[in-house]
Design a protein around this ligand. Structure first.
Ligand code: RTP
Ligand code: MG
Length: 140
């Protein structure tokens, strides 16, 4: 995957609240192109594998339970400087700390149920995109 891509998930809280369309609209209006997308529901084991990097963190078990609690949307996004610009668009992990106008400020319910995921590096964007999408399931 090119380094001008990032990976996102619309998390169960935002999906179940019916905010997926509004969030995708903000993403597109910010200049990101959707180059892969699907709705799915994770099992606890698959959520555990996706978030394995956090397995030593105190919130890991809760996070895996939460991320498998309902449907999500997974997507690969393309834009110049995608990883950094998308992290700016979503805002801080805790919505209480997120800047005005960011997706988490508008839609997140708590530090855990925080509406969206965004990759934290080009390397992780490629790994996370490949976790969900095969070559034929994405553009390019
Ligand atoms: P993400 O990976 O989902 O984009 O979020 P992030 O980089 O802003 O935050 P990260 O430190 O990678 O944490 C991953 C997700 O774990 C949940 N979390 N819960 N209860 C807690 O203190 C806590 N801290 C983090 C959040 O869902 C966070 O997005
Ligand atoms: Mg993270």
């Amino acid at each position: 995957m090119a380094t001008n891509r990032t990976f996102t998930m619309i998390k169960p809280d935002a999906f179940s609240a019916g905010n997926s369309g509004a969030i995708l609209k903000m993403i597109e209006e910010a200049g990101f192109k959707i180059v892969a997308m699907k709705a799915t529901q994770l099992t606890p084991a698959i959520a555990g594998k996706f978030y394995e990097v956090h397995s030593e963190r105190p919130f890991y078990a809760d996070l895996c339970a939460y991320m498998s609690s309902g449907p999500i949307i997974a997507a690969i996004l393309e834009k110049d400087n995608a990883v950094e610009d998308f992290r700016k668009l979503i805002g801080a992990t805790n919505p209480a700390d997120a800047a005005e106008g960011t997706i988490r400020k508008i839609f997140a319910k708590s530090i855990e149920a925080n509406a969206v995921h965004g990759s934290d590096s080009d390397e992780n964007a490629a790994i996370e995109g490949a976790f969900y999408f095969s070559q034929i399931e994405r553009v390019g």
